[in-house]
Design a protein around this ligand. Sequence first.
Ligand SMILES: Cc1ncc(C[n+]2csc(CCOP(=O)(O)OP(=O)(O)O)c2C)c(N)n1
Ligand SMILES: [Mg+2]
Length: 700
Amino acid sequence: MSAADERFAERVRALRPEPCDYPADQLRVLYDAQLGSRHADLAARWMQAQGHGYYTIGSAGHEGNAAVAAALRPTDPALLHYRSGAFYLARAEQSGSKEGLRDILLGVAAATSEPIAGGRHKVLGRHDLAIIPQTSTIASHLPRAMGVAFSLSRSAKLGVPSPWPADAIVVTSFGDASANHSTATGAINAALHASYQGLPMPLLLVCEDNGIGISVRTPEGWIRQAYGQRPGLRYFDADGTDVAAALTMATEAATFVRRNRRPAFLRLRTVRLFGHAGSDVETAYRSPAELAADEELDPLLGTARLLLGAGLDADDVIELYEDKRSEVMQIAADVAGLPQLSSAEAVAAPLRFPDPEAVAESLPQRSTTTDKLTLSQSINRALADVLASYPEAMVFGEDVGRKGGVYGVTRGLQKAFGPARVFDTLLDEQSILGLGLGAGVSGLLPIPEIQYLAYLHNAEDQLRGEAASLKFFSQEQYSNPMVLRIAGYGYQKGFGGHFHNDDAIAVLRDIPGLVIASPSRPDDAAAMLHACAAAARSSGTVSVFLEPIALYHRRDLYDDGDDRWPAPYPTEPVPIGRGRTYGDGSDLTLVTFGNGLPMSLRVAARVPGVRVLDLRWLAPLPVEDLLREATATGGVLVVDETRRSGGVSEGILATLIDHGYTGRLARVTSEDSFVPLGDASRQVLLSEQTIEAAARELLS
Ligand SMILES: Cc1ncc(C[n+]2csc(CCOP(=O)(O)OP(=O)(O)O)c2C)c(N)n1
Ligand SMILES: [Mg+2]
């Protein structure tokens, strides 16, 4: 028995019994989850000391959150704070699982047998408990929680099967410091914005308020000040150190949300015991008096008091504590040293690109037309095909509904498919993506739009940290299929400046497993959009579909008015990761994509011996096509409209070199600059003249 355990026993003996409305049996169940969580925290530190534990952020002091689980149904989707360990155990017990404690300790041991992340992280999640794993980015799970709450009724409205019961509510928990994060405030705002318009938003927000974030105090009363009087947000306050009071309040809050399908905010007052994490020396920033005051409010003592009030004696209460300690330490000893992931392939297995056959089998019905279409018209038609073929598909974003998109790409879709499937959102990219993430885990196929590439960046974590990592942290038990359309790249004439001509795609290219489509031609664009939608549907793939704004309405290719850019709607699919070759010039290959394609085609028409490879996909790169076309001519000029540093060309050069290409090699790119307004943009964007000069030089 450790000193901490002895102190606990001493304190239990000194407690005064307290009566409550709950019977001893029910209290014992909650106490069991709380004890399990506490001892798992202690065991994690022991495991770390033995060299077999890798995570010591615990739930001690927060165990009142077991009452939140008890107030809900085990089928209510949950997205949890990292201190919601007792919630996890209470829910496991509710579902009849005996494995809750083992799950948590397997996570601490980074064991491959851990049921959700398979050793990739210590997360609270399990598919059969309806707990979607969280990442460690503060509040980043809240936009998805809002999206799941939105999708609950939307899937029913669309007649699409949902993994969640129709009367479920969504619970999400987070800390008091996290409540200030723009991701949290944005998600809560989006939930209220939807609810204000009468849309169902059954979302229970649980703020586990321990008054501190690592070492920074949350001002006393701040959570109530920030959320207590928010119109449209019912506020509940519960003492998480008294599990009976917490259960009563959490039940009231959950009932409110379930009945009214409206959001509620539950502040659960907690304390933080044992510091922020095992490595945290909290005496450096908290006084002894402060620490002692928190210890007095230990929720385990709170429950012990109630158990005494319900007729147990102190020895019983201490025995339960001791029995749980033995049980947990036995499991800790069992799991310590279990195998961890032992190859890069095993680690990255959930990140692989979709299987081409599965994609080919899931393609939407292609409509037919012999008309020549612009890029914008072709994407519009492809979206219509996807919406017509997949009842679970939804197109949404800023201005995509009534207006039909800033550039008319979604024109007519809302009219054809109704406002439940094609709709405008509020102006918040983080929430747009969060809505997509929630829809994706709810049986829907979200096709969100970000209006301009420059505006992806303020919401990018939702794509990188959340969307792209979900399969990784859940071994593909959860996936969030999504096709994210983004209008981007430069060369818009008459409308410019950096923000409407952004070409920063480095932030996309390094996201593992993310498919990046970069169509240039109208026919390719439609077939590629179909492929992305089919990959989402068949394999839960997240794709980014980059649309070159400057080519949306383009008509000419070689000469003014030649009408050679519009193309008939495609009749053949375009496989993911395959490029397209133009011409059979035998002296030089121009490797390009996006706006680089029409420029390169024009250069090829003037310079003899040149062929052009349009990569079409920036991830996965069409390596096979690239190597074939490079060796066919023995000369490569990479034509890259993005910036020289961090741009696409770096990846293409590296790929060629990695694969042993030794022929002539050069690149032309845009400058390392933001794009200025007006004619000055020509000073920094890659030009056709530059391409031609570099091509001739390589040929000479
Ligand atoms: C976006 C982000 N910034 C910083 C961190 C580092 N960090 C981890 S926990 C934490 C404090 C969170 O405090 P609070 O929300 O009150 O939760 P508590 O740990 O007190 O339960 C910080 C700053 C992070 N994980 N994510
Ligand atoms: Mg806190």
